[in-house]
Design a protein around this ligand. Sequence first.
Ligand code: ADP
Ligand code: MG
Length: 396
Amino acid sequence: MNKKTLKDFDFKGKRVLVRVDFNVPLAEGKVGDNTRIEAALPTIEYLIREEARVILMSHLGRPGGEAVDELRMDPVAEELANQLGKEVLKADDCIGPEVAEAVSRLENGDVLLLENTRFYPGEKENDPEFSRQLAENADIYINDAFGAAHRAHASTAGVTEYLPSGAGFLIQRELNSLARAIENPEKPYAAIIGGAKVSDKMSVIKNIMPRCDYLILGGGIANTFLLAKGYQVGNSLVEEDMVDLAREIMEEAESQGKEVILPVDVVVAEKLEAGSPHKIVKIDEVPEGWQIVDCGGPETIKKYQEVLGECRTITWNGPVGVFEIDEFAQGTMAVAKALAESDGYTVVGGGESAAAVKKAGVENEVSHVSTGGGASLQFFEGKPLPGIEALDDLEE
Ligand code: ADP
Ligand code: MG
């Protein structure tokens, strides 16, 4: 990465504005899952040790540009204080006199959390005046919010116009891990691409295909490819307008000598809901009126295990079935376990895929599970991330 990082700054006594991704799920006024808070700790703890005055900001949920009490950052401040074992000050605004006052009272090593940046419409509009107001009380800006790096908002991009800037440890770790798999994969490399819709994943498929040896297509998107191959898929989720493109992709893959792996047996259900009648069928026996809900037949799982067992690099984006429903989670759980058992380099990106890895209980056995759903997807697409592009370049 040709961007400045924490090691390029002298933080002692400086007011350091840090964009973190504290967009955590809340349940009954408490933080429901603290993965994202934990992921931000290395940068925060480093800044405390370096005697910076640490000013943290994040968005939380979708308040729609106005203050919403349920989306205040107070529960986050509480959880962060627990994690750090240290007092975390909290401001009830993210710009203006209250923030100026709170920052002026900070001593070296203190931590202040600002209020939800999305309480102002200027955040999502990347408004220059709002960006300037965010920057006003700081000397240096650090972005460590990988999960928001695909957005060009005031707190992720606009603010860099007003302050010297660099990337935190989490962004560094995410980029290094994702790049190791996508840009420089040890071969053989298998890419598993699943999820609901082909249209969401077309750019990912196109970017990854030339780099990988095996393209495993599962989940809802497999249906459109199966249709393109002439199979009957009953009531399965399909995108008719993507069938031609799906055919072209498979031809392209073949001409590049890649193996495209589609399911050979699947779980079909009458309805896409828990408790619905379901069964395993061969791929050419999908009953009329039923739908494919899981690439989880025994032959398909065996094929996944064979291929993934031999690969030195595996990337996974998109569950291969409706894993949220236990009866339809077999294929996805098998993929998660195959990644865990691999001694190659294994990377998971995408919100639901990360949730599936957790459901399988193997998040610590995978080389890297990205903390950013949308951001990792955009990286898999080979597109730049505005929140990282905006940071100061390393001088030659
Ligand atoms: P990620 O967040 O990891 O990028 P996506 O958002 O692309 O993944 O897709 C995840 C969703 O795809 C899951 O919620 C899952 O239920 C759905 N899905 C997987 N297989 C099917 C299928 N056969 N039919 C309908 N939906 C599916
Ligand atoms: Mg998703």
